[in-house]
Design a protein around this ligand. Structure first.
Ligand SMILES: [Zn+2]
Ligand SMILES: [Zn+2]
Length: 279
Protein backbone atom coordinates (compact mmCIF):
# COMPACT_ATOMS: atom_id res chain seq x y z
CA UNK A 1 0.00 0.00 0.00
CA UNK A 2 2.91 2.32 0.84
CA UNK A 3 4.28 1.79 -2.67
CA UNK A 4 0.90 2.59 -4.22
CA UNK A 5 0.59 5.82 -2.23
CA UNK A 6 4.10 6.79 -3.26
CA UNK A 7 3.43 5.96 -6.88
CA UNK A 8 0.31 8.10 -6.95
CA UNK A 9 1.85 11.18 -5.42
CA UNK A 10 2.41 14.22 -7.61
CA UNK A 11 6.10 14.19 -6.71
CA UNK A 12 6.56 10.85 -8.37
CA UNK A 13 4.80 12.04 -11.53
CA UNK A 14 7.15 15.02 -11.63
CA UNK A 15 10.16 12.73 -11.11
CA UNK A 16 8.94 10.57 -14.00
CA UNK A 17 8.76 13.62 -16.24
CA UNK A 18 12.31 14.60 -15.38
CA UNK A 19 13.44 11.02 -16.05
CA UNK A 20 11.75 11.21 -19.45
CA UNK A 21 13.56 14.47 -20.21
CA UNK A 22 16.93 12.82 -19.53
CA UNK A 23 15.97 9.75 -21.56
CA UNK A 24 15.00 11.84 -24.57
CA UNK A 25 18.13 13.96 -24.37
CA UNK A 26 20.23 10.78 -24.39
CA UNK A 27 18.10 9.20 -27.10
CA UNK A 28 19.29 12.01 -29.40
CA UNK A 29 22.92 11.72 -28.21
CA UNK A 30 22.87 7.94 -28.82
CA UNK A 31 21.28 8.32 -32.26
CA UNK A 32 24.14 10.68 -33.19
CA UNK A 33 26.94 8.62 -31.66
CA UNK A 34 25.77 5.10 -32.48
CA UNK A 35 24.42 4.86 -36.04
CA UNK A 36 22.14 1.82 -36.28
CA UNK A 37 21.63 -0.50 -39.26
CA UNK A 38 18.42 0.51 -41.02
CA UNK A 39 15.98 -2.29 -41.74
CA UNK A 40 14.56 -2.00 -45.26
CA UNK A 41 11.47 -4.17 -44.89
CA UNK A 42 8.97 -5.19 -42.26
CA UNK A 43 10.40 -8.00 -40.13
CA UNK A 44 8.63 -11.34 -39.71
CA UNK A 45 8.61 -10.93 -35.92
CA UNK A 46 10.45 -7.74 -34.87
CA UNK A 47 13.64 -6.04 -35.98
CA UNK A 48 15.71 -6.48 -32.81
CA UNK A 49 15.14 -10.21 -32.82
CA UNK A 50 17.95 -10.50 -35.38
CA UNK A 51 19.73 -7.13 -35.27
CA UNK A 52 22.08 -6.28 -32.38
CA UNK A 53 21.13 -3.17 -30.44
CA UNK A 54 23.92 -0.55 -30.58
CA UNK A 55 25.18 0.00 -27.03
CA UNK A 56 27.94 1.98 -25.30
CA UNK A 57 28.90 1.35 -21.65
CA UNK A 58 30.09 4.93 -21.11
CA UNK A 59 26.71 6.33 -22.17
CA UNK A 60 24.82 3.77 -20.08
CA UNK A 61 26.91 4.76 -17.04
CA UNK A 62 26.39 8.48 -17.75
CA UNK A 63 22.61 8.03 -18.01
CA UNK A 64 22.56 6.04 -14.74
CA UNK A 65 24.52 8.77 -12.95
CA UNK A 66 21.96 11.36 -14.06
CA UNK A 67 19.00 9.19 -13.09
CA UNK A 68 20.21 8.08 -9.65
CA UNK A 69 19.62 11.46 -7.89
CA UNK A 70 16.07 11.54 -9.29
CA UNK A 71 15.28 8.01 -8.13
CA UNK A 72 16.69 8.88 -4.73
CA UNK A 73 14.18 11.70 -4.33
CA UNK A 74 11.43 9.12 -3.86
CA UNK A 75 13.66 6.36 -2.50
CA UNK A 76 16.74 7.54 -0.56
CA UNK A 77 17.96 3.93 -0.33
CA UNK A 78 18.49 3.81 -4.10
CA UNK A 79 22.11 4.96 -4.06
CA UNK A 80 23.70 2.99 -6.84
CA UNK A 81 26.78 5.15 -7.41
CA UNK A 82 29.05 2.77 -5.43
CA UNK A 83 27.60 -0.23 -7.28
CA UNK A 84 28.04 1.47 -10.64
CA UNK A 85 31.70 2.16 -9.94
CA UNK A 86 32.20 -1.61 -9.63
CA UNK A 87 30.63 -2.38 -13.02
CA UNK A 88 33.32 -2.16 -15.68
CA UNK A 89 32.70 -1.90 -19.43
CA UNK A 90 32.96 -5.66 -19.88
CA UNK A 91 30.16 -6.36 -17.37
CA UNK A 92 27.93 -3.70 -18.93
CA UNK A 93 28.47 -5.19 -22.39
CA UNK A 94 27.56 -8.60 -20.97
CA UNK A 95 24.47 -7.13 -19.32
CA UNK A 96 23.26 -5.49 -22.54
CA UNK A 97 23.92 -8.70 -24.51
CA UNK A 98 22.16 -10.90 -21.94
CA UNK A 99 19.10 -8.60 -21.96
CA UNK A 100 18.80 -8.63 -25.72
CA UNK A 101 19.39 -12.34 -26.18
CA UNK A 102 17.32 -13.45 -23.22
CA UNK A 103 14.86 -16.34 -23.68
CA UNK A 104 12.37 -14.14 -21.78
CA UNK A 105 10.59 -11.83 -24.25
CA UNK A 106 9.40 -9.28 -21.65
CA UNK A 107 12.24 -6.79 -21.18
CA UNK A 108 11.73 -6.18 -17.45
CA UNK A 109 11.85 -9.92 -16.80
CA UNK A 110 14.80 -10.30 -19.20
CA UNK A 111 16.65 -7.66 -17.21
CA UNK A 112 16.10 -9.55 -13.94
CA UNK A 113 17.52 -12.68 -15.55
CA UNK A 114 20.46 -10.74 -17.04
CA UNK A 115 21.36 -9.17 -13.67
CA UNK A 116 21.59 -12.70 -12.25
CA UNK A 117 23.41 -14.07 -15.29
CA UNK A 118 26.23 -11.50 -15.07
CA UNK A 119 26.17 -11.88 -11.28
CA UNK A 120 25.44 -8.26 -10.43
CA UNK A 121 23.04 -9.62 -7.79
CA UNK A 122 26.08 -11.06 -5.97
CA UNK A 123 27.39 -7.53 -5.34
CA UNK A 124 25.98 -5.50 -2.44
CA UNK A 125 22.75 -4.19 -4.05
CA UNK A 126 20.65 -1.86 -1.85
CA UNK A 127 17.22 -2.60 -3.43
CA UNK A 128 16.80 -5.02 -6.29
CA UNK A 129 13.47 -3.51 -7.51
CA UNK A 130 14.88 0.01 -7.67
CA UNK A 131 17.99 -1.29 -9.46
CA UNK A 132 15.76 -2.84 -12.09
CA UNK A 133 13.96 0.51 -12.50
CA UNK A 134 17.30 2.30 -12.91
CA UNK A 135 18.70 -0.14 -15.46
CA UNK A 136 15.43 -0.23 -17.41
CA UNK A 137 15.26 3.57 -17.50
CA UNK A 138 18.91 3.76 -18.62
CA UNK A 139 18.43 1.17 -21.38
CA UNK A 140 15.33 2.82 -22.84
CA UNK A 141 17.21 5.58 -24.75
CA UNK A 142 19.28 2.92 -26.58
CA UNK A 143 16.05 1.32 -27.81
CA UNK A 144 14.34 4.60 -28.71
CA UNK A 145 17.47 5.87 -30.54
CA UNK A 146 17.53 2.63 -32.56
CA UNK A 147 13.79 2.93 -33.34
CA UNK A 148 14.20 6.56 -34.46
CA UNK A 149 16.68 5.43 -37.07
CA UNK A 150 14.31 2.83 -38.56
CA UNK A 151 13.07 5.07 -41.32
CA UNK A 152 13.06 2.35 -43.97
CA UNK A 153 9.92 0.47 -42.94
CA UNK A 154 6.29 1.24 -43.68
CA UNK A 155 4.51 0.72 -40.36
CA UNK A 156 1.06 1.09 -41.93
CA UNK A 157 1.45 -2.55 -43.01
CA UNK A 158 2.31 -3.86 -39.52
CA UNK A 159 -0.63 -5.89 -38.20
CA UNK A 160 0.65 -7.55 -35.05
CA UNK A 161 -0.03 -6.62 -31.44
CA UNK A 162 3.60 -6.19 -30.38
CA UNK A 163 6.16 -3.56 -31.31
CA UNK A 164 7.68 -4.15 -34.76
CA UNK A 165 11.04 -2.75 -33.63
CA UNK A 166 11.70 -4.25 -30.19
CA UNK A 167 8.93 -6.83 -29.72
CA UNK A 168 7.45 -5.48 -26.47
CA UNK A 169 3.71 -5.43 -25.91
CA UNK A 170 2.19 -1.96 -25.57
CA UNK A 171 0.81 -0.61 -22.30
CA UNK A 172 -1.03 2.35 -23.76
CA UNK A 173 -2.32 4.02 -26.88
CA UNK A 174 -4.73 6.62 -28.20
CA UNK A 175 -7.58 6.96 -30.65
CA UNK A 176 -6.32 9.37 -33.28
CA UNK A 177 -8.20 12.52 -34.29
CA UNK A 178 -8.56 11.98 -38.07
CA UNK A 179 -10.35 8.65 -38.12
CA UNK A 180 -10.53 7.34 -34.53
CA UNK A 181 -8.14 4.47 -35.27
CA UNK A 182 -6.41 3.00 -32.26
CA UNK A 183 -2.70 3.82 -32.22
CA UNK A 184 -0.61 1.68 -29.90
CA UNK A 185 2.71 2.84 -28.53
CA UNK A 186 5.78 0.98 -27.34
CA UNK A 187 6.82 1.97 -23.79
CA UNK A 188 10.40 0.89 -24.53
CA UNK A 189 11.32 2.32 -27.94
CA UNK A 190 8.40 4.73 -28.56
CA UNK A 191 7.41 3.19 -31.91
CA UNK A 192 3.72 3.70 -32.73
CA UNK A 193 1.49 1.63 -34.99
CA UNK A 194 -2.23 1.36 -35.79
CA UNK A 195 -4.03 -1.73 -34.50
CA UNK A 196 -7.69 -2.62 -34.74
CA UNK A 197 -9.61 -1.72 -31.59
CA UNK A 198 -11.73 -4.88 -31.89
CA UNK A 199 -8.83 -7.19 -31.17
CA UNK A 200 -6.69 -7.75 -28.09
CA UNK A 201 -3.03 -7.14 -29.05
CA UNK A 202 -1.85 -9.77 -26.57
CA UNK A 203 -4.01 -12.84 -27.28
CA UNK A 204 -5.60 -11.82 -30.60
CA UNK A 205 -9.10 -12.43 -29.23
CA UNK A 206 -11.69 -10.47 -31.20
CA UNK A 207 -14.66 -8.99 -29.33
CA UNK A 208 -17.91 -8.42 -31.21
CA UNK A 209 -18.15 -4.83 -30.01
CA UNK A 210 -14.45 -4.25 -29.47
CA UNK A 211 -12.72 -4.70 -26.17
CA UNK A 212 -14.41 -3.90 -22.88
CA UNK A 213 -13.86 -0.35 -21.66
CA UNK A 214 -13.56 0.72 -18.04
CA UNK A 215 -13.93 4.44 -17.43
CA UNK A 216 -13.07 5.47 -13.86
CA UNK A 217 -15.81 7.39 -12.06
CA UNK A 218 -15.32 11.11 -11.70
CA UNK A 219 -12.06 11.04 -13.66
CA UNK A 220 -11.15 12.40 -17.06
CA UNK A 221 -13.49 10.45 -19.35
CA UNK A 222 -11.04 10.61 -22.24
CA UNK A 223 -8.68 8.36 -20.31
CA UNK A 224 -9.92 4.77 -20.31
CA UNK A 225 -8.86 1.25 -19.61
CA UNK A 226 -9.46 -1.34 -22.31
CA UNK A 227 -9.52 -4.88 -21.00
CA UNK A 228 -9.56 -8.36 -22.51
CA UNK A 229 -11.69 -10.85 -20.60
CA UNK A 230 -10.00 -13.70 -22.39
CA UNK A 231 -6.38 -13.15 -21.31
CA UNK A 232 -7.10 -10.54 -18.57
CA UNK A 233 -4.58 -8.01 -19.92
CA UNK A 234 -5.36 -4.31 -20.12
CA UNK A 235 -4.30 -1.25 -22.09
CA UNK A 236 -4.71 2.43 -21.24
CA UNK A 237 -6.33 4.32 -24.09
CA UNK A 238 -6.67 8.09 -24.41
CA UNK A 239 -9.44 9.34 -26.65
CA UNK A 240 -7.92 12.08 -28.83
CA UNK A 241 -10.71 12.05 -31.43
CA UNK A 242 -11.89 15.50 -30.33
CA UNK A 243 -8.36 16.88 -29.97
CA UNK A 244 -6.25 18.64 -32.58
CA UNK A 245 -3.57 15.95 -32.44
CA UNK A 246 -2.63 12.65 -30.84
CA UNK A 247 -0.79 12.60 -27.54
CA UNK A 248 2.68 11.96 -26.20
CA UNK A 249 2.23 8.39 -24.99
CA UNK A 250 5.17 8.45 -22.59
CA UNK A 251 3.82 11.57 -20.84
CA UNK A 252 0.35 10.04 -20.89
CA UNK A 253 1.69 6.83 -19.39
CA UNK A 254 3.14 8.75 -16.44
CA UNK A 255 -0.02 10.80 -15.97
CA UNK A 256 -2.29 7.74 -15.82
CA UNK A 257 -0.66 5.55 -13.19
CA UNK A 258 -3.97 5.73 -11.28
CA UNK A 259 -5.49 3.71 -14.14
CA UNK A 260 -2.82 1.03 -13.73
CA UNK A 261 -3.67 0.79 -10.05
CA UNK A 262 -7.39 0.60 -10.79
CA UNK A 263 -7.03 -2.11 -13.46
CA UNK A 264 -4.58 -4.16 -11.41
CA UNK A 265 -6.81 -3.98 -8.33
CA UNK A 266 -9.54 -5.53 -10.47
CA UNK A 267 -7.28 -8.42 -11.39
CA UNK A 268 -6.09 -7.32 -14.84
CA UNK A 269 -2.43 -7.33 -15.80
CA UNK A 270 -0.39 -4.97 -17.94
CA UNK A 271 0.85 -6.54 -21.16
CA UNK A 272 4.39 -5.50 -20.22
CA UNK A 273 5.44 -6.38 -16.71
CA UNK A 274 7.43 -3.24 -16.00
CA UNK A 275 4.13 -1.58 -15.13
CA UNK A 276 3.17 -4.24 -12.60
CA UNK A 277 2.43 -2.27 -9.44
CA UNK A 278 0.53 -4.81 -7.37
CA UNK A 279 2.01 -8.28 -6.99
ZN1 LIG B 1 9.44 -1.05 -29.20
ZN1 LIG C 1 -6.39 -10.86 -24.69
Amino acid sequence: MRAETQILSGDVVSINLRILEIQRRYRDVIARELPAPVCAQLPATYILETVTLPFAPHLFREICLRLIPLLQESNPEADYVPLLSRLDDEILWQLAGAVQHSPEPDLAMALDLAVREVRIDKLPVPEADALRMLFLAALMPFFSAFARQQTGIDLSRWQLGWCPVCGQYPVNGFNRPQDGRRILGCWLCETQWAYTRFTCPVCGCRGKDGQLLLVPRGGDRRRRIQVCEECRHYLKITDCTQAGSGCDLQLENSATIHLDVLAQRQGYRPASHYRLLIQ
